[in-house]
Design a protein around this ligand. Sequence first.
Ligand code: P1T
Length: 379
Amino acid sequence: MKFGTKAIHAGVEPDPTTGAIMTPIYQTSTYVQESPGKHKGYEYSRTHNPTRTALQKALAALENGKHGICYASGLAATDAVLKLFRPGDEIIATNDLYGGTYRIMKKIFEPFGLVFHFVDMSDLANVKASLTDKTRMIWVETPTNPLLKIIDIEAITALSREKGIMSVVDNTFASPYLQNPLDLGADIVMHSVTKYLGGHSDTVMGALVLNDDDWAAQLAFIQNASGAVPGPQDCFLVLRGLKTLHIRMQRHCENASKVATWLSEHPKVGKVYYPGLATHPGHKLAARQMRGFGGMVSFELKGDVYEEAVKVMESLHVFSLGESLGGVESLCTHPASMTHASIPKEERAKAGLKDTLIRLSVGIEDLEDLIDDLKQAIG
Ligand code: P1T
């Protein structure tokens, strides 16, 4: 089945009781049993819920994986993966990554004894240099947040397979419409479902998709035992959002590509970060491992004056200033004070993230209105 057909149909069966074509919101915490232990496969909604089951099947299908497991947020999904490891285990992670991912690694799991190495993975030599006999997992985010670097998933997964190390790819920025890490050799794909998968800025959720039965059983165990599950109404909203994922992504890519080109030709704009630009260092790799270049664009103004960047962000109207991304509406974010504030300034600087960087989540509005908005804000 092709992607658009899967986005609309995967995981969704007519409801067995009424034939309802849309999976109902099973707003229930428990299920009546005929006799102790004799039930219809559902006992308690932390463990299983039919609306969540439909969504998990749909997400697994979109990532070409066997198992889909949903969590209460993207970070709860990351938390579940990190709980697979034990004190002394080492993890190599992308150095340009979502601030909350850095924070959960450094502030929650490092005190429990996990050891993290954050490296620039656009050069595989940096990953190799951090490998030790205790390395257990490589955490890749690509395209990276917020500098939109492209990491070679096949090169990393080949290395991890050779060394017997798990590889996990945070596929939030690409969405399964543009990139399928499992097909490129990754063991687990992680999503902040909050973003493109939900697509309408109305839900917070995370998901993991994988093929391995043993790891899936452990991650489902953590889902139930730690209890960070999404509610049925949120699962319904994401099931609804998924049905237009392919159409939305096409428009996100089209608009973002034109916004990036417009910005790169503007005399007041300095560096523009967008993998679709031929000048982007990861352009060729992105063209190979992705089916489009995505809806995220970051840029700096010439001269790098902080107050000027702030003025642009305050002046935008169609682009709303706020955290998050991937919704139908355009957003503008200041990573240094918002999404990446939990990464110490020195670490941000090492990764190349300046305080003057502006990040755009280009929505699916009419392009002319987006360009007009940028025009009046930048001047
Ligand atoms: O917000 P949550 O659903 O918990 O997902 C965390 C997360 C994980 N991975 C990536 C690549 C992300 O971008 C995020 C969340 N990011 C934002 C809120 C943001 O504005 O960048």
